[in-house]
Design a protein around this ligand. Structure first.
Ligand SMILES: NC(=O)c1ccc[n+]([C@@H]2O[C@H](COP(=O)([O-])OP(=O)(O)OC[C@H]3O[C@@H](n4cnc5c(N)ncnc54)[C@H](O)[C@@H]3O)[C@@H](O)[C@H]2O)c1
Length: 290
């Protein structure tokens, strides 16, 4: 256990699976009290319980966070349970479909807008009054695709481009209220999304995204959580409006650069967190979430 977030209270949206689970567990290990927030079907209760079993402090919240009333009750839970809110991590997101735009369904497009954009809007709006009191900060999930676009998933990249500009806009306006806002922009991460068995990518896309990194591999959820930790902590006190790539060099890779990566870079680090839900992403559209 460290103390880089000692005394801090954090909400992590999409905290039940993938990168969100790692962020919750990392923050709790560093002393934060964590609200693990996600859809009712997500393993948020399990993650909160696993944190408690490791000696950390966490409470689950379930609800569709794109609904402003739910976002408000999630923030109220943090305040009721732990007395304040210091950190909001806007990590919730969805990846329902890969398709050329001519075939991209309207349903998947609307689903992306709701979960990738509206949830960040609702949660930030609900959390800001509390964050202003604590001089806290927001760290949101962007993506390398928010800068570069993503073939066969142009709408998804578009939602992440929105997040980059949204987070910068918040940084610009909230500095006068003492609140920082930054972005973590992952490349392909080892969650349910980037495996053909658990997400909409086919094997060709899977290969393309990993070869397109300088390191020839997916990043681990923990490697992403490490950067969330830095940005959320007081160590990043002079960092706002920044976009931090955690993408194994995807932004500067040309062609299948990963083929040339050193073996040492191609090997995923073991990490220290006990992650159990990395691949439990829901990538299809669930009717109750519409
Ligand atoms: N996995 C990657 O390769 C990758 C790359 C770049 C960016 N990202 C971003 O990182 C974030 C996490 O991705 P992941 O791979 O861990 O996916 P994931 O599916 O494992 O986690 C996302 C979680 O958010 C939850 N969620 C979505 N919409 C919600 C809502 N409206 N209300 C409550 N919960 C909601 C989902 O149910 C899920 O548990 C996303 O924002 C994603 O865009 C991921």
């Amino acid at each position: 256990m460290g103390n880089r977030l000692e005394g801090k209270v954090a909400i992590v949206t999409g905290g039940g699976s993938g990168i969100g689970e790692a962020v919750c567990k990392k923050f709790a290990q560093e002393g934060a009290k964590v609200i693990v927030a996600g859809f009712p079907e997500d393993p948020v209760e399990e993650v909160a319980q696993e944190i408690q079993e490791e000696g950390g402090t966490a409470t689950p919240y379930t609800g569709d966070l794109s609904v402003l009333a739910n976002a408000k009750s999630c923030v109220q839970l943090a305040v009721k349970q732990y007395g304040k809110l210091d950190i909001l991590v806007n990590n919730a997101g969805t990846f329902p479909e890969t398709n050329m735009l001519t075939d991209f369904t309207e349903e998947a497009f609307d689903y992306l807008l709701k979960n990738n954009i509206r949830s960040a809007f609702a949660m930030s709006k609900a959390a800001l009054p509390e964050l202003q009191k604590t001089k806290g900060n927001i760290v949101s999930a962007g993506s390398e695709s928010g800068a570069l676009g993503l073939a066969q998933n142009a709408p998804y990249g578009g939602t992440k481009g929105f997040m980059h500009a949204f987070a910068k806009g918040l940084a610009a306006e909230q500095a006068q209220k003492g609140v920082r806002s930054n972005i973590v922009a992952p490349g392909p991460i080892d969650t349910g999304w980037t495996h053909k068995e658990t997400g909409p990518m086919d094997s060709q896309m899977e290969q393309m995204v990993t070869k397109g990194t300088l390191m020839g591999r997916r990043g681990t959820p923990e490697e992403v959580a490490n950067v969330y930790l830095f940005l959320a902590s007081d160590e990043a006190s002079y960092v706002t409006g920044a976009i931090f790539p955690v993408d194994g060099g995807t932004l500067i890779a040309k062609g299948p650069a990963g083929d040339q990566a050193a073996e040492s870079m191609k090997a995923q680090p073991d990490g220290k967190l006990k992650l159990k839900h990395s691949k439990e992403s829901h990538t299809s559209i669930r009717s109750q979430d519409k």
